[in-house]
Design a protein around this ligand. Structure first.
Ligand SMILES: *Cc1c(COP(=O)(O)O)cnc(C)c1O
Length: 429
């Protein structure tokens, strides 16, 4: 052991010796696990770096462009780098993409035509897609444009319902939407390998169907991405993993040239596509964020593994389990009691670099059927690659925890959440 007075500094930050000792003892056993996570980060770092060098990324590329953004070499080079890392023909990486939901909408709306059908073979997609697809009636939904939707749920054991999928793929099926992360559902997150098996099965039935993967929270968690196993399109948000904590906004769509082009015509306008779109000075943060993304994702993953181990050993249910393989950066913990969920979020907030002094309070968020408590003290508003937590105030009082730009910060957040419970006199030991 080194002689760095780590406990001294934690004491100043309000961590008592019992919490500290418990956390240190849990962490010590995680070293082999952390080593594996670092190996994947090392691999992905090399992959990103290699593509930056291959495309001769230069200082001039980092300059802002304005107006129409014609001949924006920085933007075009960034998109080549993304395409290279995802092993796709092309990519669209833009600050004009508002968020992950917007990126998914462009990809869907750009690639579907009236009469087409979308299939989700992995159950209901992320909540914000309800109104895009028209699962919940909504102005401007794909349903209003005559695009239909069908869904095949996973089987009770979490496996794909291959028979159901075969029966549901029909004449009209044009695009298959596969969500990698579980989001707020209870199913397990899909590994890249499982996504590959699913795509292979679907393509055997209908080779020309477009397989699109909602890749949110999954980027750089494994060595491979869904586009390495047959996905025609992968879509995600830059204020999650691939923005590396630096991108202030944005989304990406990587895939076949045809599919990316069609999405680009939807983002800007028919006839304009990828040719336009000034970067307004975002390019530096996009490029540098992508450079940092593999290690930032690794930090978030270590934080998730640490949290699962800390709370599972205290008797709470962690999803995924403490020892389980990870395919995204999300960690859920079921507390079973509202006061524990609240204390957890208060601790995460108190550990934040920004707004650490405010107290999160459950509130009635639009679109939810119960109050929701959220903790986030982020440099980029709403960025969930930064340490953040939220949970609906209803049974099983589960918190969804993610992010951490550095592992020490994620670790401190979890320590602080436990300390908060202790300080409030909640019996946990
Ligand atoms: C975050 C997320 C989205 C998009 O959400 P935004 O808040 O619009 O960025 C879509 N799907 C999944 C699985 C997500 O985690």
């Amino acid at each position: 052991m080194s002689n760095v007075d780590i406990y001294g500094i934690y004491q100043e930050l309000g961590i008592d010796s019992k919490v500290f000792d418990y956390c240190q003892q849990v962490e010590e056993k995680l070293m082999p696990r952390f080593f594996e996570i670092d190996r994947i980060a090392e691999f992905n770092q090399a992959k990103v770096l290699h593509s930056m060098q291959k495309h001769h990324l230069s200082a001039a590329h980092l300059n802002p462009s304005t107006g129409y953004g014609y001949n924006d070499d920085g933007r075009d080079t960034l998109e080549k780098i993304y395409a290279d890392v995802f092993h796709t023909e092309d990519a669209l990486v833009r600050p004009h993409i508002t968020c992950g939901t917007h990126a998914l909408h462009i990809a869907l709306a750009g690639n579907l035509r009236p009469g087409d059908e979308i299939l989700s073979p992995v159950g209901k997609p992320y909540d914000t897609l309800d109104e895009i697809i028209g699962i919940r009636p909504s102005t401007g939904s794909l349903a209003e444009y005559g695009i239909s939707y069908r869904q095949v749920d996973l089987l009770p054991d979490g496996s794909f319902d291959y028979d159901g999928i075969r029966e549901t793929i029909g004449e009209k099926t044009r695009l298959v939407e596969i969500q990698r992360s579980k989001g707020y559902a209870t199913r397990p997150t899909l590994s890249v390998e499982r996504i590959g098996e699913l795509i292979a099965y679907i393509k055997k039935i209908k080779p020309d169907v477009i397989c699109m993967v909602d890749n949110c929270y999954g980027e750089f968690v494994e060595e491979r991405e869904p586009s390495d196993v047959g996905a025609d399109l992968v879509v995600g948000s830059l204020i999650k993993n691939p923005g590396g904590g630096l991108a202030p906004i944005g989304g990406y769509i990587a895939g076949t040239k045809e599919c990316v082009d069609r999405a680009a015509y939807r983002l800007t306008a028919p006839g304009l596509g990828k040719e336009l779109g000034a970067n307004l000075g975002t390019i530096q943060s996009f490029v540098q964020g992508f450079f940092l993304a593999p290690t930032v994702t690794a930090a978030a993953l270590k934080g998730a593994v640490f949290a699962a181990n800390i709370y599972e050993q205290l008797g709470f249910r962690a999803i995924p389990k403490a020892t389980e393989e990870r395919y995204d950066i999300i960690q859920a913990i079921e507390f079973g009691k509202p006061e524990l969920l609240v204390a957890f979020c208060e601790g995460i907030q108190a550990a934040a670099p920004v707004d650490s002094y405010v107290t999160p309070i459950p509130w009635a968020m639009p679109g939810y059927d119960s109050d929701v408590i959220m903790a986030a003290g982020a440099f980029i508003s709403g960025a969930s690659i930064e340490l953040s937590a939220d949970g609906p105030m209803k049974d099983p009082y589960a918190v969804y925890f993610q992010g951490g730009l550095t592992y020490p910060h994620a670790k401190y957040g979890i320590m602080k959440s436990l300390q908060r419970m202790v300080d409030k006199g909640i019996k946990i030991w």
